[in-house]
Design a protein around this ligand. Structure first.
Ligand SMILES: [Cu+2]
Length: 328
């Protein structure tokens, strides 16, 4: 596009590194306005001071009446700035449209803003991450939503920014041009810990990006770790307490349950063992625990978990055999 004098300055006194295609346009217009201001400001101030001294009031000095009006001069100082203002508007409008019109064939990432963190979910393989990983030299499309209040997504190095208002989707696209790690901010005051709502965006080569996404969905090797990993990712954590984390309801705590007798809603009793856990995961209502049968029911995970995953969850729950009691 424009390749004037200062357009290629990408990093320096005024700006963070330029890491997307938007940077060139934004920085160019910024420098253009800055230099136009300097070029007008300096001669105007010099002339003003000169005239103040030259035409100051002195005894016996009479001003000249002819200098009150000068048509060519007035036309010039009206028309020239008008064209400059129109040009600035034009450049701004072109840049805005470029940012607003999302290209086809994008790499899609869902963005979830919440008090006070960012979470990213990749359409390619369902991976999730609190850091935004992106491939270089691709058009990226973000579909953003807020879980609570108004946040604003901002990556200064990309010159990309958009509000995220709860209750609707917001879209943002950009094209990263430089590998590296850059800041990502919430830039709209959103409550107490707004200032901690910061994370990083990492731009990677295509292979490294693919490897990263694969790594994000890779389950840990150790069976107990894997169970914990699944507990966090399969929403169990939202209803069950385990170790020292997780919800304090509506499901029973896993801590200290293993091997004990559990009273069921149908009046019988079972031992909390592999089979009971497996049944609870696949057919929760078949072995509903007494006292919890009216609690917001546990969904069946039939078809959603592989046998090996259920084994890992069992190993994890078993590892909490002598876990601390759930705090009230
Ligand atoms: Cu925020």
């Amino acid at each position: 596009m424009n390749s004037l004098i200062l357009a290629d300055i990408s990093e320096g006194f005024w700006f963070p590194p330029a890491a997307s295609t938007f940077a060139k346009q934004v920085d160019f217009l910024y420098y253009a306005i800055l230099w136009i201001s300097i070029i007008f400001f300096i001669p105007i101030v010099i002339a003003m001071i000169y005239f103040m001294v030259k035409y100051r009031q002195r005894p016996g000095y009479k001003g000249s009446p002819e200098a009150l009006h000068n048509t060519p001069l007035e036309i010039t100082w009206t028309v020239v700035p008008s064209f400059i203002a129109i040009w600035i508007f034009w450049e701004g409008a072109v840049g805005y449209l470029d940012m607003a019109i999302i290209p086809d064939d994008t790499v899609d990432v869902a963005v979830y803003a919440a008090k006070w963190n960012w979470n990213f979910k990749y359409k390619e393989n369902g991976a999730e991450s609190p850091i935004l990983y992106l491939p270089i030299d691709k058009d990226i499309k973000l579909t953003m939503q807020s879980k609570d209040v108004l946040h604003s997504f901002f990556i200064p190095a990309f010159r990309a920014k958009r509000d995220v208002v709860p209750g609707r989707y917001h879209y943002l696209w950009f094209h990263p041009t430089r590998e590296g790690v850059f800041d990502l901010f919430c830039t709209e005051y959103c409550g107490d810990n707004h200032s901690t709502m910061i994370t990083k965006v990492q731009v990677l080569s295509d292979e490294k990006y693919k490897a990263k996404l694969a790594e994000l969905v890779k389950e840990p090797e150790d069976i107990v770790e894997r169970g914990k990993w699944l507990y966090e990712r399969k929403a169990c954590k939202g209803c069950h307490y385990a170790g020292t984390e997780g919800a304090k309801g509506p499901g029973p705590s896993y801590n200290g349950s293993w091997g004990k007798k559990v009273p069921l809603a149908n009046g019988t009793e079972v031992t909390f063992d592999e089979n009971y856990v497996k049944t609870s995961i696949l057919n929760p209502m078949e072995a509903a625990r007494k006292g919890y049968e009216t609690a917001s029911a546990m969904p069946s995970y039939k078809g959603q978990l592989k046998d090996e995953q259920i084994d890992a969850l069992i190993a994890f729950i078993r590892s909490l055999e002598s876990g601390p009691a759930r705090p009230k």
